[in-house]
Design a protein around this ligand. Structure first.
Ligand code: GTP
Ligand code: MG
Length: 316
C-alpha cells in the first residue's frame, strides 16, 4: 500500500508529468506499488524518459510504499478464500484442493495427445461460470503458440456445460503468437485488457515451443532462459495483481540421466520448475482415459487422478 509524504498517484512521483503518466497508465502501470516493483529500464522503455529519471521515480515509489506484514492465520484465511476453477473431473479437483487455483501458475506437461490443450479448453469454459458453479465469473486470455486453439471444441464443451456457446466464445480473447517476442509482448501488454474484460484465466499453450525452436543449442541457452525468466515472472505478477489463474502447458523430453522409471521430464529447466506453483504430469492410458499426476504442489500431497477426455470435455 502506498502512503506517506503525499505521494498517492503516480503523477506525484518526481519526473512524471501528465504525458508520462498517460503513457504509463496505458501500459498498465497505474499505481505507486506497480512503479515500485518495476525496473528503471522498464519505465524508460515505456515512457522514453532517461534511465536516471526513471530510477528516481522508482526509488521515490519504493519509499512511498509500505509493505504489509501478515500473520500466518491471516494468510490462512485469505488462502481459504482463494478462487479455484473446477476441471469438471471431481477426482482431479480434489487432488488439486478444489481445482486450479487463482494467483498461481499451474503447469501441465506431457507427451503429444496427452490432453494438455483439452484441459485448457475446459478451463476456458469453466472460468466463466459463477463461483458457486466452479468458476471465477471471468473471461480468458488464450495465448496460442502452436495454432491449436479450436473454437468448435469450446462450442461443444460450453454447450455440454449448459452455457450459451456464442457467449463462451466471446469471452475468450485469443492471441496467436508466431514468435517468442510476440508471446512475451502478449503478456507484457495484457494489464489493460485484463482489467477491462475481467480476465480471470491466462492460458499459454505451449510455454516453450517457440523458445525452443528459436534458441537452439547450448550457446543460446543463457539468453533463452533470461527471456523466459522475465516472461514467467510477468505471468506470476499478473496472477498476483489481478487474482487470476495462469495455466501453462509444457513439452517433455526423455532425461537420459533417469535409468529406472519414467524418464519423461518437462523442458524449460529450473526456471519453469521453480516458477510453477503446481505441476501436473499428464499421460495417456487406455482409449479416452488419461492419468494426471500431481508432481509438485505447495499444499497437497503427491497423488494421481484418472480423467477422461469425452466429446463433452473433461470428465471423471
Ligand atoms: P500436444 O499439444 O500435441 O503436445 O498434445 P496435447 O497434450 O495438447 O493433446 P490434446 O489436448 O490436443 O489432446 C488430444 C487428444 O484429445 C486426442 O488424441 C483425442 O484423444 C482427444 N480429443 C481431441 N479432440 C477431441 C474431441 O473433439 N472429442 C474427443 N472425445 N476427444 C478429443
Ligand atoms: Mg496441445
Amino acid at each position: 500500500m502506498a502512503k506517506e509524504k503525499g505521494v498517492k498517484e503516480i503523477e506525484d512521483l518526481p519526473g512524471i508529468g501528465p504525458t508520462t503518466a498517460e503513457k504509463l497508465k496505458a501500459a498498465g502501470y497505474e499505481t505507486i506499488d506497480r512503479i515500485a516493483a518495476s525496473t528503471p529500464s522498464e519505465l524508460s522503455d515505456i515512457t522514453g524518459m532517461s534511465l536516471e529519471a526513471a530510477k528516481k521515480a522508482v526509488d521515490a515509489a519504493k519509499q512511498a510504499t509500505t509493505l504489509e506484514f501478515s500473520t500466518a492465520s491471516e494468510i490462512f484465511e485469505t488462502r481459504k478464500s482463494l478462487g479455484r476453477i473446477s476441471t469438471c473431473a471431481s477426482s482431479l479437483d480434489e487432488m488439486l484442493g478444489g481445482g486450479v487455483e487463482a494467483k498461481g501458475i499451474t503447469e501441465v506437461y506431457g507427451k503429444f495427445a496427452s490432453g494438455k490443450t483439452q484441459l485448457g479448453f475446459q478451463l476456458c469454459v469453466n472460468v466463466q461460470q459463477p463461483v458457486d458453479k466452479g468458476g471465477l465469473d471471468g473471461t480468458v486470455l488464450f495465448i496460442d503458440t502452436e495454432g491449436t486453439f479450436r473454437p468448435e471444441r469450446i462450442e461443444s464443451i460450453a454447450k455440454a456445460a449448459g452455457m450459451d456457446p456464442k457467449k463462451a466464445l466471446e469471452n475468450i480473447i485469443v492471441v496467436r503468437a508466431n514468435t517468442s517476442d510476440q508471446q512475451i509482448l502478449a503478456v507484457e501488454r495484457a494489464d489493460k485488457t485484463i482489467k477491462e474484460r475481467n480476465i480471470k484465466l491466462i492460458v499459454v499453450d505451449s510455454l516453450m515451443s517457440l523458445f525452443r525452436s528459436e534458441y537452439p543449442g547450448r550457446g543460446a541457452l543463457g539468453e533463452r532462459q533470461q527471456k523466459l525468466n522475465a516472461h514467467i515472472h510477468k505471468l506470476q505478477s499478473l496472477a498476483d495483481t489481478h487474482g487470476l489463474a495462469v495455466y501453462i502447458t509444457n513439452q517433455v523430453m526423455d532425461n537420459p540421466a533417469i535409468l529406472f522409471g519414467d524418464p519423461t521430464t518437462p523442458v524449460g529447466g529450473n526456471i519453469v520448475a521453480h516458477a510453477a506453483t503446481t505441476r501436473l504430469y499428464m499421460r495417456k492410458s487406455k482409449e479416452e482415459k488419461r492419468i494426471v499426476r500431481l508432481v509438485d504442489s505447495p499444499s497437497m500431497p503427491e497423488a494421481e487422478a484418472v480423467i477422461k477426455i469425452t466429446p463433452n470435455g473433461i470428465r471423471d
